[in-house]
Design a protein around this ligand. Structure first.
Ligand SMILES: O=C(O)C1=C[C@@H](OP(=O)(O)O)[C@@H](O)[C@H](O)C1
Ligand SMILES: C=C(OP(=O)(O)O)C(=O)O
Length: 419
């Protein structure tokens, strides 16, 4: 048996975005330790610098002198790169400012749906112009006082929920949001830390009376379970592998993958629970797991593992039966159409896979063929197939730059765990 390795994977992307946004619109100087220095979350810091916030970045921490909720007009267009979270949450901040903001992103982001936030933010009183079909760039004419809203979202989306709650900080009227399943709740947890009254009841959230953010403390961002997932799967598939994933976020709105691991027979153990950033965190030990059952994933669990589907589709190749994914249409509007990206690439490996509008069925295979993988510049597709390649399969990837979006030292960690 090899020595047990410890890996502190990339910091949580969702929590990093929120820490930057809320520290910027709070009073006081807030320090963020273990901020994720990846392209998406660096773009969020750049956005707030453009909006007049004093932000200091050094190797270990970010210090943000909050301005309170009213910012300065940006001289320039704000570019959120590849980040759906960045553009959708910052649009909501801009909806509460009495000046014009223009938000854009890269080719992928300019093709992702923005109607989902344009609709509620417009109902709350902002004026938002977009390209045809509600696509970015977005021109946002905000108002310093918005209207209340009772918004029933048709999709479970933390980005939509967060947009409504953030815009809700700019009104004294009632703000209520509901969604079909509970999406990740980092906005609710962090707004509470900044002193905002917020009440969650099952799949509903309400803002209370107190909506002013008070910063001036230190936040410490845990490791991202969505980033750990790549190496947890690698460890499950690599003979003699045993690794501890340190400080991994285990917020129940994010741990669907652990439930799927249990169902499939992945050998893991939660060994050391703690709290960071108001969030549940733990060290997780994962071991080689040779007898895997297939997965069945549908709408109930999906929001809690939405970003882990690409790497779970790799795990499915080694199960002892057909894995099924349903109700996952949202995957078609991520950084790439992830259903298509997964299915097309698995077919190239010689895997029997059937594509549905909202998911797929994957047959395991003992004979993975040599293939050229088109990543569509989607970080999670690149990282998933890089794990498969590191397990000894003959793959060539169309690019290996995209992981900088969420996990800049991904390949270093891959080498460490693979060695
Ligand atoms: O709020 C967030 O930080 C995120 C929410 C999810 O998107 P949706 O809100 O579109 O489901 C997720 O896929 C994304 O990676 C991060
Ligand atoms: C979907 C993702 O992020 P975003 O929506 O913020 O671009 C992701 O990281 O997988």
């Amino acid at each position: 048996m090899d020595q047990i390795k410890t890996l502190r994977c990339a910091s949580d992307k969702s929590i990093s975005h929120r820490s930057a946004i809320f520290s910027s619109i709070a009073s006081g100087k807030t320090t963020i330790k273990n901020y994720l220095f990846a392209q998406d979350t660096l773009n969020t810091l750049e956005a707030f610098k453009k909006l007049g916030v004093d932000i200091d970045i050094d190797k270990t921490k970010v210090t943000i002198k909050g301005t309170g909720k009213y910012l300065k007009e940006s001289f320039d267009i704000i570019n959120l790169g590849n980040s759906g979270t960045g553009i959708r949450l910052i649009s909501a901040v801009c909806a509460g400012q009495s000046f014009l903001s223009i938000l854009t992103g890269d080719n992928s982001l300019r093709n992702r749906p923005m109607k989902r936030i344009i609709e509620p933010l417009t109902q709350m009183g902002a004026t938002i112009l977009s390209r045809k079909n509600f696509l970015a760039p977005l021109a946002i004419f905000g108002k310093d006082k918005l209207k209340g809203i009772n918004y029933a979202s048709k999709i479970a989306s933390a980005q939509v929920k967060s947009a409504v709650l953030i815009a809700g900080l700019y009104t004294d009227e009632n703000v209520e949001f509901s969604e079909p399943q509970v999406s990740r709740n980092h906005t609710e947890i962090m707004l509470k830390q900044f002193g905002v009254d917020i009440i969650s009841e099952n799949n509903k959230v309400f803002l209370g009376k107190h909506r002013k953010l008070t910063g001036g403390f230190e936040l410490n961002v845990p490791a991202d379970i969505s980033s750990c997932a790549f190496f947890m799967v690698m460890c499950a598939l690599k003979p003699n592998c045993e690794a501890v994933f340190a400080d991994c976020l285990i917020n129940p709105t994010r741990t669907g993958i652990l439930k799927v691991f249990s169902d499939m027979g992945v050998n893991y153990e939660i060994i050391n629970k703690k709290t960071m950033c108001g969030e549940e965190v733990a060290d997780i030990l994962v071991k080689y797991s040779p007898n895997l059952k297939p997965f069945y994933i549908d709408g109930k669990i999906l929001p809690t593992l939405i970003d882990e589907i690409p790497i779970l589709s790799i795990l499915a190749l080694f199960a002892n039966g057909k894995s099924i994914l349903k109700d996952a249409k949202e995957l078609r509007v991520k950084e790439s159409d992830r259903i298509k990206s997964i299915v097309e690439n698995l077919k190239k490996l010689g895997v029997k896979v059937e594509e549905f509008e909202d998911g797929f069925e994957i047959e395991p295979t003992k004979n993975i063929q040599k293939a050229y993988i088109e990543t569509y510049f989607d970080h999670r597709i690149t990282m998933s197939f890089s794990v498969l390649k590191a397990l000894g399969y003959n793959l060539e990837l169309s690019e290996t730059k995209s992981p900088t979006t969420s996990y800049p030292n991904f390949f270093e960690h891959l080498k460490y765990l693979g060695s």
